[in-house]
Design a protein around this ligand. Sequence first.
Ligand SMILES: Cc1ncc(C[n+]2csc(CCOP(=O)(O)OP(=O)(O)O)c2C)c(N)n1
Length: 648
Amino acid sequence: MDQQLPITRPVTPLLDRVEQERSVLQTLDANELLALADELRQFLLYCVSGTGGHFGAGLGVVELTVALHHVLTTPRDRIVWDVGHQTYPHKILTGRRDRMHTMRQQGGLSGFPKRSESDFDTFGVGHSSTSVSAAMGMAIAAQQQGLDRKVVAVIGDGAITGGMAFEALAHAGHARPNMLVVLNDNQMSIGHNTGGLATYFAKIWASRTYIALREGSKKILQNVRGAWDLAKRTEEHMKGMVAPGTLFEELGWHYIGPLDGHDLPTLVQTLKTMTQLTGPQLLHIRTTKGKGFPPAEADPIGFHAINKIEPPKDAEESVAAAPTTTKAPKYQDVFGQWLCDMAAIDPRLVAITPAMCEGSGMVNFARKFSDRFYDVAIAEQHAVTLGAGMACDGLKPVVAIYSTFLQRGYDQLIHDVALQKLDVTFAIDRAGLVGQDGATHHGAFDLSYLRCIPNMVIACPSDENECRLLLTSAYRHEGPAAIRYPRGEGIGTPMVAELDTLPVGKGIVVREGSDVVVLNFGVLLPEAISAAEQTNATVVDMRWVKPLDDALLSEMVQSHRGIVTIEENAVAGGAGSAVSEWLHQQDVVCPIKHVGIPDRFIDHASQGETRIDAGLAAKDIVMAIKSLQSAEENALPTPDESKDKRHG
Ligand SMILES: Cc1ncc(C[n+]2csc(CCOP(=O)(O)OP(=O)(O)O)c2C)c(N)n1
């Protein structure tokens, strides 16, 4: 197989046939199925080279996808994919081949299964570890309605580390619905899979290899001098190994495996048998992430997701287009650097990630401070309470977590951290709109869900240097503190190398204007300034959502006739709401407009497009300011009037 991604459309006669008439897929013989899998892999490589997106996981389940759609009658039978980042082959086989070039683009296909996109996408997904619960629900629904429907969940060895998957496995082992779980074990999460389960799966494999070796090679080994002794010693060493599937069988599942998940004929046979059995069935397969594309097999972390291949430019053009300035750092790397710097001077610092070491910019920290780095696998709830426990006994934990995934650890945040005023710092990445991953991944709610928790302080930097300063401030603050920052690069602000702090709950005026004050919370500050320049408004960089800067707010209300708040968070319950509540508490009447994410889920598109879609562009801020200014011409109170105009 080539080392380069194909940029010309491959010839795919079987895929073409299946596209014309899907039912053909169930009638193909063993050789045709192999050929179809081959074509599917080629087509997948071609598609992803054109759009970018999730890569290695899809390549690893090509055979499984073909086998499932061959054995099952989909969509009547249900396939429930976990996480859903591995479903590009499924999409190609289910009538969406001609739209693959729109993958993750505005108006195009979603990178994840989506019920509104296709009947074949039985369950919307993006966050992990939901498939067993959802499939079990469907199996029960079929049973309740007397339907003869097969239900299969596909879950990776990474996703199964999420506690929710085990809640479902334990329940199903007891309730015994007719369903099959395929455990797709490629020994990888986004990074290397961690924890006891990963070791357990590895032991299952080793024990199978060992059993086969012992049975098959005993005789041969006996005749080779030295080899028998070595084998005996290995046997001693392997005493701790597990019988395949004990864990699942103890939970009440019928376990078969481990099988080679790229051996299509065996996979088809096994699936045919297992889908006829009653009760909860678990098939454990072993696959290679990135299968069939050598660079991805060699570097599954780097090829978890890729950018699209840009068409080659001619030499002259590329010289002309060569960037002249260095790029601003990504926020995740600003965090990673800060973490290393702070760890170097504070031995109490420990860092926790729920399986997002690379995305959270922690690779260097993990290398330099391996004894203070805890990758807990996809276990957000555990990550938060682990931090709480550490904080009880003298450590200073930093939990690095994506905004959207902290939703999973919400009760832990309230009950285990905030209620006990424990000194845990939350570094919340991917806050705001993330772009192509879409609605499942936007960090749209953290300000709303954090702000209502007592004892929390919450910072929202407006650029990368402020991010570093506020990280230090949040870390030095004794008690639960959160700092939220977005996906992507900063704006090129020079970085201060020292670990300086900014005062908690204090903002600054960044532009003096008149009439209307724009209160900015976070990284939309450049848009706020641009809008203010067009309308001569004042701009304040608030820096903190909680506590709010009382003194500065009072001053602004007295000297302006209207307020516009700006944040990349849901308007409902967000930073703007905090300002409205503050006005209400102060008994001050002051016209106020909130610019933020509206009350709907924002679809996938580029990050810039999602911001425009959500109404977060400079022109939206201008409109908000102008609406206050024009209202002002009619009826807006003067600053002094507003001060006097108190409720009651
Ligand atoms: C709740 C949650 N936490 C984190 C993630 C980020 N994430 C996406 S894919 C992935 C790894 C999944 O590993 P696995 O299930 O083994 O699938 P593979 O990519 O190896 O095929 C992670 C951690 C997520 N989608 N959902």
